[in-house]
Design a protein around this ligand. Structure first.
Ligand code: SF4
Length: 189
């Protein structure tokens, strides 16, 4: 590297001789930064979505390349969030791409200290058996004055905020049909 190139690469030199005398823009930019390109610029496309994490429902722009989600940013066109996302919403790309995402049923038996993988069919049978048993043990036909109740207080549902509208609709239908009253969602707590 020649002396002239070295000096021209010095931010103070660019600040004193260029169009950025306060050194808050191009003068302070390193060659590496100048060569970087935003992931959003090289994306194959973008789809509009809504952050799944809470009831605010901030608008998102989901950028993708090669069939993979590459970046998720706030949607400036959203009248709710106007381009903003909280830290959780900004990290929602990991919801679908994180290598730490659980893809198997995990189960910790009573008094066990370790988690184990469980076959999905086995897990579903265990859940169904426990729901049926809890419902049978706690079912209330009538109150003490003989008025109809047709309910159980032995079953409740607490949904996660990543459940979508359709899942919540079906959960509400299912649990109400089983006689449960306590049906809540994490986003309302
Ligand atoms: S989690 Fe954050 S980004 Fe997502 S909807 Fe709620 S406030 Fe908006």
């Amino acid at each position: 590297m020649g002396l002239k190139t070295f000096i021209q690469g010095w931010p103070v030199y660019r600040q004193l001789t260029g169009t950025d005398p306060l050194g808050r823009g191009a003068a302070a930019q390193s060659p590496r930064s100048a060569g970087l390109t935003a992931r959003t610029e090289t994306a194959d496309g973008m789809a509009r979505s809504v952050c799944p994490y809470c009831a605010v429902g901030c608008g998102q722009r989901v950028f993708h390349s090669g069939g993979q989600v590459t970046q998720i940013e706030g949607d400036p066109d959203s009248p709710i969030s106007r381009g903003r996302l909280c830290p959780k919403g900004s990290a929602s790309k990991s919801l679908v791409t994180s290598p730490l995402r659980q893809t198997k049923v995990r189960y910790r038996r009573p008094y066990a200290t370790e988690w184990e993988d469980l076959d999905l069919d086995v897990a579903l049978d265990m859940i169904a058996d426990r729901i049926l048993a809890a419902r049978a043990e706690t079912w209330e036909d009538v109150d003490e004055q003989g008025r109809p109740l047709n309910r159980t207080l032995g079953i409740s549902s607490l949904g996660g905020a990543t459940l979508d509208n359709e899942e919540n609709y079906l959960i509400k239908k299912l649990f109400t049909a089983m006689g449960a009253l306590q049906i809540e969602n994490q986003a309302r707590i």
